[in-house]
Design a protein around this ligand. Structure first.
Ligand code: NAP
Ligand code: F7E
Length: 327
C-alpha cells in the first residue's frame, strides 16, 4: 500500500487531494497545525480515513516527526499562507511559511530519507502568481518569473528550492505551477467564493450588495478537483519536472460577475456591486492565462470542468448552504 503525507490537508486542495488518494487506495497522512485547529472537524468529516499528525511548516523537527510517522512514498507540500492580499500585511510570516516552509519540508524529507531518497517523491505547490507582471502571454514553464506580491516572491523561492533539490540531490521533486482553481470548498476570502456567496444571499433576499476591488483583472480559473489529479500524475512520472496547470482561457472579474449573477436570473448585476479601495492591492497581477500544453502532452492531463460550469456549481452550492443555515 502506498503512503502519502499531505501538508495543508485542511485547505481546499488538501481535501480534494486526500479524497483522490484515498480513492486510489493510498494510506494518507495529513499535517495539521495549531492547538485547536477550527478546520479539524471538516477534515474528519470529509476524510475520516486520513491519519492526522500535528506539526507546522516553520518547525523542522515537527516535520521530521511527521515523516517518521507517515513513512511516505509521496509528499505533497500544499501548506502555505495562500491569500495574496494578506501577504502584504504579513510579509515576514508569509516568507517563513510559504517560502522557507517549503525549504523545511524539502530538507526534512532529505534528512529523513537519507540513503533511500530515491524511494520518495515530492510535490511543491507552485503558483501562477510567480508570473506576476507577465513577460509572455500565455505563460508557460519557461516564462520569466516576475512576482508582484510577498506571496509571489515566497513562492518563487520555494519553486527554485524545489528545482535545486532535484538538481543537487537527484530528488524526485516536481513543481506544479497551478493557475487559480476554485470549488465550493474555496475559502470565502477569495474573489470567486466571495462573489458566489454574495450572489446566493442576494438571490435569496438576504443581502443587497457586495463590495469588491479591481474588476478588470483577468484570471485563468479551473476546478480544484481537476487540478489535484495533475499533482498526482506529476509524481507518477519517471522523471520529476515542472508543469503549468491551467485551462488556457482567461476571464475578468466582470465576466465572473456576469455568469454568477446570470445563473440566478440577475442581468443588471452592476446595481449589486460597489467598489471599495480596501480591496485594491498595492501591486496587481493584471492578466494570467496559462499554456497547459506540456501537461496535456506528458501527463495526459486536461481539465474537465469549464469556467461556466465551475461558477454555476459554486453558486448552487452556496444557495444550498444558505438554505440549510436558515432552516
Ligand atoms: P488554502 O485553502 O489556503 O490552504 C492552505 C493550507 O496551508 C491550509 O491547510 C493551512 O492550514 C495550511 N497552512 C498554513 N500555514 C501553515 C503552517 N505554518 N504549517 C502548516 N500548514 C500551514 O490553499 P489551497 O487553495 O488549498 O492551495 C493549496 C496550495 O496551493 C497552497 O500552497 C497555495 O499557495 C497553492 N496554490 C493555490 C492555488 C489556488 O488557486 N487554489 C493556485 C496555485 C497555488 P490552516 O487551515 O491551519 O490554516
Ligand atoms: O483574487 C481581484 C484581485 O484573491 C483574484 C490564490 O489561491 O490564486 C489565488 O490568488 C483577483 C485579483 O486570488 C476582490 O485583485 C477584486 O486580481 O481570488 P483572489 P489570487 O490573488 O489570484 C493564485 C494562483 C494563488 O496561488 C493564490 O494562493 O480578484 N479582486 N476584488 C478581489 N480579490 C479578492 N480576494 N477580494 C475582492 O474583493
Amino acid at each position: 500500500m502506498k503512503r502519502a503525507l499531505i501538508t495543508g490537508i485542511t485547505g481546499q486542495d488538501g481535501l480534494y487531494l486526500g479524497e483522490l488518494l484515498i480513492s486510489k487506495g493510498y494510506e494518507v497522512y495529513g499535517l495539521v497545525r495549531g492547538q485547536n485547529n477550527p478546520k479539524l472537524d471538516t477534515v474528519r468529516r470529509i476524510l475520516p480515513e486520513v491519519k492526522l499528525i500535528f506539526g507546522d511548516l516553520t518547525d523542522l523537527p515537527s516535520l521530521l516527526r511527521a515523516l517518521e510517522t507517515a513513512r511516505p512514498h509521496e509528499v505533497y507540500n500544499l501548506g502555505a499562507i495562500s491569500f495574496v492580499a494578506y501577504s502584504w500585511e504579513n510579509a515576514s510570516m508569509t516568507s517563513d511559511v510559504t517560502g522557507k516552509g517549503a525549504f523545511n519540508m524539502l530538507e526534512a524529507t532529505r534528512l529523513w530519507a537519507g540513503s533511500k531518497l530515491d524511494d520518495v517523491r515530492f510535490y511543491q505547490a507552485s503558483s501562477s502568481e510567480m508570473f506576476g507582471k507577465v513577460q509572455e502571454v500565455p505563460q508557460r514553464e519557461s516564462t520569466l518569473l516576475w512576482p508582484r506580491s510577498p506571496y509571489g516572491v515566497a513562492k518563487v523561492f520555494a519553486h527554485y528550492m524545489t528545482i535545486n533539490y532535484r538538481e543537487s540531490y537527484g530528488m524526485h521533486a516536481s513543481s506544479g505551477i497551478l493557475f487559480n482553481h476554485e470549488s465550493p470548498r474555496r475559502g470565502p476570502e477569495f474573489v470567486t467564493r466571495k462573489i458566489t456567496q454574495a450572489v446566493a444571499r442576494i438571490s435569496l433576499g438576504l443581502q443587497e450588495t457586495v463590495a469588491l476591488g479591481n474588476l478588470d483583472a483577468s484570471r485563468d480559473w479551473g476546478f480544484a478537483g481537476d487540478y489535484v489529479e495533475a499533482m498526482w500524475l506529476m509524481l507518477q512520472q519517471e522523471q520529476a519536472d515542472d508543469y503549468v496547470i491551467a485551462t488556457g482561457e482567461t476571464q475578468t472579474i466582470r465576466e465572473l460577475l456576469e455568469v454568477a449573477f446570470g445563473h440566478v436570473g440577475i442581468t443588471d448585476w452592476e446595481r449589486h456591486v460597489t467598489q471599495d479601495p480596501r480591496f485594491m492591492r498595492p501591486a496587481e497581477v493584471d492578466l494570467l492565462v496559462g499554456d497547459p500544453a506540456k501537461a496535456r502532452e506528458t501527463l495526459g492531463w486536461k481539465p474537465k470542468v469549464d469556467f461556466r460550469e465551475l461558477v454555476q456549481m459554486m453558486v448552487d452550492s452556496d444557495i444550498e448552504d444558505q438554505r440549510q443555515t436558515s432552516r
